[in-house]
Design a binder for this molecule. Structure first.
Ligand code: C2O
Ligand code: CU
Length: 505
């Protein structure tokens, strides 16, 4: 009998085991799949988990996992990002009207579907002087998915940051939005849509923004060069030709290069140059460089100074291998200089200067560890970017308080380069791969983090609100390489998806 039971038991087990094994595999997968799904509409405040950077939580009401809590019931009084604006009574100094359209672009004899601002791509350059109030009236005439404008690199008040579903609703066809901010920082910036940003930025919904210092600049010639790839065609300021910049012998020329693509770009020159500014911040005591390139990560800007050469010659600045600027008299040309083997190391370029704060004893320390692993994002299986081991949307929400000194350790173990971009703040590089910075303070808003590299960066939490902290390879962002930084006690009333269909990536 016992042997009979044993036989039957074995038979039952034979049937049950594969079922149990299947359940053992499928159940966690089903849970992971379920956990990766995002609700029909959600607030970034509910995304992932709170990371206090080593400090105690004093505001337990805000933030948290979207599947486990309803934070709209938070008891702590919450300040809305919508209140973070400039004085409405203050009149504008610079007023700009921008109209966005979905249009066919003519690029290198090809017709590409894309986007225009006031009829062109790139849109008009906005110029202002430091301290002026810029007021931009955006009207979306025909971009079906809706649009926003984000002022990349300008540390605007949170309500003006132009992120659909985080700081505003996407502007639908026929809709309007007014941006108002004071141009506190002098330098080179750009604007772009932050609604469905991967196709909209690639399709040309962007332009440059230049803020002149009050004291003016010492260059006689000042030109912006927006590097952008439309449908595989590399352009400068929307043209696939070399950009000619007239300059007399001895004249100083300031070239503001803006990389609006998803990947890093190298710049090099046939003549000596100085790197005056990075991401809209002056380099302290920039020395003359020859025989080295400068890497510009996605979203980054570099201001180069070259001199107009004599004897009817010109200087050629390569913006990658396939596009160039030619600076000098009309008709002058220079053969393309070979691409240098060495890259200017900003860790040691220029001279040290005071940072204005002490990063040695930070209030908070965060990790931003970039990896790649199999799993589910938004219900789809695949190999996905992870942040601190987690996949979107279960990513960290970095929490700070106004006045904090914050150090972030960024480490890239994902095998690919990532241009990391924190909104609303500039960060200063303290170290790369553990090697401390020794040059000019290296302030960035867009940081090229190569595979297997680590960076330690620091910033002062001086711009309250809710901010994206994401990869500016906008394809990666759309794949979930997005986290946020929030100030304790702040919240946003806007939601991702939902009736307004906000899709920041
Ligand atoms: Cu150029 Cu999230 O932005
Ligand atoms: Cu990336």
């Amino acid at each position: 009998m016992s042997s009979d039971f044993g036989r039957r038991g074995r038979r039952v087990l034979k049937v049950l085991l594969p079922i149990l094994a299947t359940v053992a595999i499928v159940a966690p997968l089903a849970w992971l799949w379920q956990d990766s799904r995002v609700p029909a509409s959600y607030s970034v405040m509910e995304m992932g988990y709170l990371d206090y950077g080593g400090r105690a939580a004093t505001d337990p009401g805000a933030g948290g996992h979207m599947h486990s809590h309803d934070h709209s019931k938070a008891s702590a009084p919450v300040r809305s990002v919508t209140n973070m604006i400039v004085d409405p009574a203050r009149p504008a100094d610079v007023r700009v009207d921008l109209v966005t359209r979905q249009e066919t672009l003519a690029i290198a004899d090809r017709s590409l579907s894309g986007f225009t601002i006031n009829g062109t791509s790139p849109g008009p350059e906005i110029r202002a002087t430091q301290g002026e109030l810029i007021e931009v009236h955006l009207r979306n005439e025909s971009v079906a998915d809706g649009v926003t404008l984000h002022w990349h690199g300008v540390d605007v008040p949170s309500a003006m940051d132009g992120v659909a579903g985080v700081t505003q609703d996407a502007v639908p066809v026929g809709g309007q939005f007014t941006y108002r901010f004071v141009a506190e920082q002098a330098g080179s910036f750009w604007y772009h849509s932050h609604q469905v940003s991967n196709p909209q930025v690639a399709g040309g919904l962007l332009g440059s923004l230049v803020i002149m210092p009050k004291s003016g600049i010492t260059q006689q010639v000042d030109v912006s060069a927006i590097a952008h790839t439309y449908g595989g065609v590399r352009t400068i300021n929307g043209k696939d030709d070399d950009l000619h910049v007239p300059a007399h012998p001895g004249e100083r020329v300031r070239v503001r290069v803006i990389n609006t693509d998803n990947g890093p770009m190298k710049i090099w020159s046939s003549g000596a140059y100085r790197l005056l500014a990075v991401d809209g911040t002056d380099v302290y005591r920039p020395t003359e460089v020859s025989g080295s390139s400068v890497t510009l990560t996605a979203g980054a800007r570099a201001d180069l100074e070259v001199r107009g050469p004599g004897n009817g010659e010109a200087v050629r600045i390569q913006l990658s291998k396939s596009s160039a600027m030619i600076i000098g008299p009309a008709g002058a040309d220079v053969p393309a200089p070979p691409q240098p083997d060495t890259d200017l190391d900003l860790l040691a370029y220029g001279s040290p200067a005071p940072l204005g704060f002490d990063p040695a004893h930070p209030t908070r320390r965060f990790d931003y560890l970039i990896g790649r692993r199999p799993g589910f994002v938004k219900g789809r299986p695949g190999m996905w970017w992870s942040i601190n081991g987690h996949l979107f949307p279960n990513v960290p929400m970095y929490v700070v308080r106004e006045g904090d000194v914050v150090v972030v350790h960024i480490e890239n173990r994902s095998g690919e380069v990532h241009p990391m971009h924190l909104h609303g703040h500039h960060v200063v590089v303290l170290a790369r791969n553990g090697v401390r910075a020794t040059g000019s303070p290296w302030w960035v808003d867009s940081l090229n983090v190569l595979a297997n590299q680590s960076y330690d960066v620091a910033f002062v939490a001086n711009n309250p609100g809710v901010w994206m902290d994401h990869c500016h390879n906008l394809k990666h962002a759309a794949q979930g390489m997005v986290a946020h930084l929030m100030y304790e006690g702040f919240a946003t009333p806007y939601r991702i998806a939902g009736p307004t269909d906000n899709q920041p990536e």
